[in-house]
Design a protein around this ligand. Structure first.
Ligand SMILES: O=C(O)[C@@H](CO)OP(=O)(O)O
Ligand SMILES: [Mg+2]
Length: 430
């Protein structure tokens, strides 16, 4: 009854107005699953390949017609008749059919769409919400959100070198309370930016994008907004950064274009540690560039006992790359983006590898998103403990928060939320 009977893909638009792949999977019993694929801007060099048509006359060169055609052709033929309950076989079949290491022939966007639509159809066949189908009765932990309220880097047109300034409502006792607290700070920040004469336009992930040039300027406004909202920075909210350092690492140096200066790897580390001393920063994602392994190791050795250091570009959601980090002693947490690796099965392996090694897991959106909320369910289903899904505005971001509010309600009294875990450093007791 759970055999895949029909697979159909189409082009839809993502939050940046670029085409993306959406896939419908139907099972023999009539159950259906639909998944839309996200897309990054500050992509890691080792991500699975997102297939784009590149024809400038169509969809400003960003069409995904080929990926869609692959789903409706080769992939549909290969997976039709397979059992949707056997996710591992469905995913392995597509990986084998593609035949490349980076999923570049069929497109990771094509493969991921089918992978996620399959698990959603299987969940429906079992009449279970996705988070429970994926995680079973143990799936009760709601993630602590890292809410991105100031955007820079590749996600905004301002001069700010760092890509993301986030707040984590670690003092909240439930996910709903975390959203309420974050929303209050977001609106307070908007007011104080406007009062100071800054523009309050938002970047790709819905955070404000004023013309700041230094991290200090952004952090001072964020701290003020936390306090003006009646909260204590460091106790009720921790600050999390994603400098996305690979984006400004050139010729062995970190080139801070906004600040108009260059830092060596050591100076860049000292600068980050100085920021972490002066502000209540609990977590830094991609503090070092994806290929600055010496820097990664030095920073982890020096600050890994007190800072969450999240590997995004350096791991690309790849379990083998993560194992290199675990063995090599760099990072102590991983960002998980389903489209960086391209199938649910591989994503699960990465999350399990991280958990086994005591690395924390942050489920993550991409800067180009859709209304799809699969990552909200996966964050709970896989017990990630943290999620990063943008600001408290823009439907592509709030869709995930709203889904997590629904999941928490559905779990009722059995739901768990552990905000303090992030600042207490539970993840560091390896
Ligand atoms: O760097 C990141 O962590 C992501 C998501 O915030 O950005 P992008 O999707 O552009 O890679
Ligand atoms: Mg990142």
């Amino acid at each position: 009854m759970t055999a895949i009977s029909r697979v159909h893909a189409r082009q839809i638009l993502d939050s940046r107005g670029n085409p993306s792949v959406e896939v419908d999977v139907e099972l023999a019993d009539g159950s259906r699953g639909r998944a839309a694929v996200p897309s990054g801007a500050s992509t890691g060099a080792n991500e699975a390949v997102e297939l784009r048509d590149g024809d400038p006359r169509r969809f400003h060169g960003k069409g995904v017609g080929q990926a869609v055609a692959h789903v409706n052709g080769e992939i549909a033929t290969a997976v039709t008749g397979l059992d949707a309950e056997d996710q591992a076989t469905v995913d392995a079949t597509m990986i084998e059919l593609d035949g490349t290491k980076d999923k570049g022939r069929l497109g990771a966007n094509a493969i991921l769409g089918v992978s996620l639509a399959t698990v959603k159809a299987a969940a429906e066949a079992h009449r279970q919400p996705l988070f429970r189908y994926v995680g079973g009765v143990g799936a009760r932990l709601l993630p602590v959100p890292m809410m991105n309220i100031v955007n820079g880097g590749a996600h905004a047109d301002n001069p700010l070198d760092f890509q993301e300034f986030m707040i984590a409502p670690v003092g909240a006792t439930s996910f709903f309370e975390a959203v309420r607290m974050g929303s209050e700070v977001f609106h307070t920040l908007r007011r104080s930016l406007a009062e100071a004469g800054h523009n309050v336009n938002v970047g790709d992930e819905g955070g404000f994008a004023p013309a700041f040039t230094t991290a200090d300027e952004a952090l001072d406004f964020v701290l003020l907004a936390i306090e003006q909202s009646g909260y204590r920075a460091g106790a009720d909210f921790a600050i999390c950064l994603d400098p996305a350092s690979s984006e400004f690492f050139t010729d062995g140096h970190y080139a801070y274009a906004g600040e108009g200066l260059t830092r060596t790897s050591d100076e860049h580390i000292d600068y980050l540690l100085d920021l972490a001393r002066r502000y209540p920063i609990a977590s830094i994602e991609d503090p070092m560039a994806e290929d600055d392994f010496t820097g990664w190791k030095r920073l982890t050795a020096e600050a890994g006992d007190r800072l969450q250091l999240v590997g995004d570009d350096v791991f690309c959601t790849d379990a083998d790359r993560l194992l290199d980090g675990i063995e090599g002693g760099y990072a102590n947490a991983i960002l998980v983006k389903v489209n960086q690796i391209g199938t649910l099965t591989e994503t699960i392996r990465t999350v399990e590898t991280a958990h086994k090694a005591g690395y924390r897991v942050v489920m993550s959106h991409r800067s180009g998103e859709t209304e799809d909320t699969t990552i909200a369910d996966l964050a709970v289903g896989l017990g990630c403990g943290q999620i990063k899904t943008g600001s408290l505005s823009r439907s592509d971001r709030t869709a995930k928060y709203n889904q997590l509010i629904r999941i928490e309600e559905e779990l009722g009294g059995s739901s768990e939320f552990d905000g303090r875990g992030v600042v207490r450093g539970d993840h560091l007791n390896r």
